[in-house]
Design a protein around this ligand. Structure first.
Ligand code: ADP
Length: 579
């Protein structure tokens, strides 16, 4: 396309040049020829006038010789013609041989004007000749015509020489101007192609590139304008990109899931939280109905579409995971008065719901746990007041029950307080380097009497006295006591062992028993507040249902981990990973 344009321009220039040069050549040669002929006419006329006066018309026999002499002097063919047109003297041919000349144009014109001219091809000499005829008058009477004829061979020769010169000059000029034109059009082509390449680069977003065209006249100005334009485009696009980036960062960092839905129910934009919420799939381009599977949400969208007012609804999503969500939908309009779509923000309330449930369960559990001993204490106290005090034997038994229920109440309150203190951070963890063997020995001693009552052994499997642990001494003791208390409660015979070991690089201490064990389905719940496999048996054994919850909290406060492994009828091992 580009090349075609330049080839055409070149052809037009060349054609114009050729036509004008041909015209100049024709014009110049024509002028030269006319001038030359005119000068020749004048000179022949003068010669004819001079000869005319010296022609002895009476000596007819001498006329041919005379004519020859004049020919030698002038170089022209000289003829003397009678008024009737008969050639009576000629420098070239014997005069009687020549036919009548009365009708020759130069003779006719000379008869009228005195002098006549004619330019024509002569059959006699087979050349182009200029004829000049002059009237000879003697005594006021037409006596003859003198005619001089000169071949135009010379003029033709000099015109041809001129033409050759002009043509040579023209060819030289054509070559020079062609070369100049080629050079110039090539320069222009290079500039145009540079400009077009640059424009191409700009269209591909390479706004940093600059175009330098030195000494290229208007092209340099064009390059400067393009550079300026690129600079402006670069800053505009940079600004726009920054805005878009900022927007996308803001969108990404919004913790709530966000969907931008158009009026055809198609999701146009989503953030990371939304992708996570809906199962890590690509949401853009999908219908929201396929993604947010909630009739309540769909009806909220319809309401917002009708009312053009924001609205909210609480929904539950069951896929991919159960989620409680508080959704707010706002209408979106890019142009005034026109609904362009909706923005839906999904606030995840699952955790709040869970906490609420935990709080309710906790209150119910605490009330339930407190109710039993309080009812029992109240019942026995009333019985005593109603007269049982007098019955000494029963009164003592009742008072013992009241005392043991009070102990139970006390334990419960103590455990609850410990838990809430750890949770609220009131109990601080002051870590010290402690010898694990000593600590376990001391804890085991507390249970010696109870172990004797039942049929099992207490064993500390740590031999190395130098095994140390970095822990808060009081809290670690509490962990050991709680775990040993459970082991003893749920073991009838066998061995209760405390020790230390490691799994790969991870070190742990453990309490292991050969007791009733915990069914596998409950293992994940062990450590929840008030969770017991068998609540009534736990209560019977004096348990509050908070022992492992306390252990779990202390473990977390030390940034350790607890793992419970158990087999029903075979026993339980609780491992505390401390490194
Ligand atoms: P409890 O006061 O009932 O012992 P815990 O929180 O200490 O409360 O224990 C919760 C429940 O976990 C217990 O009721 C029991 O069912 C189970 N459990 C804990 N330790 C053991 C163990 N060593 N052997 C069998 N069951 C256990």
């Amino acid at each position: 396309m580009k090349k075609h344009f330049f080839r055409r321009t070149f052809a037009i220039y060349f054609l114009v040049l050729l036509v004008s040069i041909i015209f100049i050549e024709r014009y110049a040669t024509n002028i030269v020829r006319t001038t030359y002929i005119n000068e020749l006419k004048e000179s022949l006329t003068v010669q004819a006038i001079l000869i005319a006066d010296n022609i002895p018309l009476q000596q007819k026999d001498e006329l041919d010789n005379l004519c020859r002499r004049f020919h030698q002097m002038t170089g022209a063919r000289v003829s003397v013609i009678s008024p009737e047109g008969t050639v009576i003297g000629d420098s070239h041919i014997e005069s009687p041989v020549i036919g009548n000349h009365a009708d020759k144009p130069e003779i006719k014109q000379a008869a009228i004007d005195g002098t006549g001219y004619s330019l024509r091809f002569s059959n006699t000499s087979r050349l182009d000749l200029l004829y000049t005829a002059r009237k000879i008058e003697r005594d006021g009477k037409l006596s003859a015509f003198i005619r001089l004829a000169l071949p135009l061979e010379d003029i033709n020769k000099s015109i041809n020489a001129l033409r050759i010169k002009i043509n040579l000059a023209v060819i030289l000029l054509l070559l020079m101007s062609g070369a100049l034109l080629t050079w110039q059009t090539d320069r222009i082509r290079i500039y145009v192609s540079k400009v077009s390449d640059y424009a191409g680069a700009l269209s591909h977003g390479l706004f940093r590139k600059r175009l330098y065209l030195k000494g290229a006249g208007e092209f340099s100005e064009l390059a400067e304008s393009l550079n300026e334009m690129a600079g402006e485009l670069e800053s505009t696009i940079k600004e726009r990109n920054e805005k878009t980036n900022r927007l996308s960062v803001v969108l990404k960092s919004i913790p709530d899931a966000l969907l931008l839905i158009n009026t055809s129910n198609i999701i146009e934009l989503s953030n990371n939280a939304a992708r996570e919420l809906f199962g890590n799939i690509h949401l853009e381009g999908q219908s929201y109905i396929e993604i947010v599977k909630s009739p309540d949400f769909a009806s909220l969208i319809n309401t917002v579409k009708q009312d053009r007012m924001p609205g909210s609804v609480d929904i539950v999503l069951n896929f991919p995971k159960e989620h409680y969500l508080s959704v707010r939908v706002s209408p979106l309009s890019y142009q005034v008065g026109e609904l362009s779509g909706f923005i839906a923000i999904f606030h995840d309330t699952t955790q709040i719901k869970k906490l609420e449930k935990m709080r309710k369960d906790f209150v119910a559990n605490v009330s339930h746990e407190l109710k039993t001993p309080v009812t029992s204490i109240k019942g026995f106290a009333e019985t005593l007041l109603d007269g049982a005090l007098a019955d000494k034997e029963h009164a003592e038994q009742f008072l013992r029950t009241i005392s043991s229920q009070s102990d139970r109440l006390n334990r419960l309150v103590e455990d609850l307080l410990t838990l809430s203190r750890i949770e609220m951070g009131v109990i601080k963890i002051n870590k010290k380097t402690l010898k694990l063997k000593d600590l376990i020995d001391r804890a085991l001693k507390t249970f010696v009497v109870q172990a004797d009552k039942k049929n099992f052994h207490l064993r500390n499997s740590i031999i190395n006295e130098n095994i140390t642990i970095n822990a808060d001494p009081d809290r670690l003791e509490q962990i050991l006591l709680n775990l040993l208390d459970n082991a003893i409660k749920f073991t009838e015979s066998g061995v209760i062992e405390a020790g230390a070991d490691h799994e790969g690089e991870h070190k742990y201490f453990y309490i292991k028993d050969t007791g009733s064990g915990i069914p596998e389905e409950y293992l994940s719940r062990v450590g929840e507040r008030f969770f017991r496999v068998d609540p009534s048996r736990s209560r019977e054994l004096g348990g509050t249902g908070l022992g492992l919850a306390i252990v779990k909290h202390i473990v977390l406060a030390h940034q350790w981990q607890m793992k419970v492994e158990s087999k029903v009828g075979r026993g339980t091992i609780v491992k505390i990973f401390y490194l």
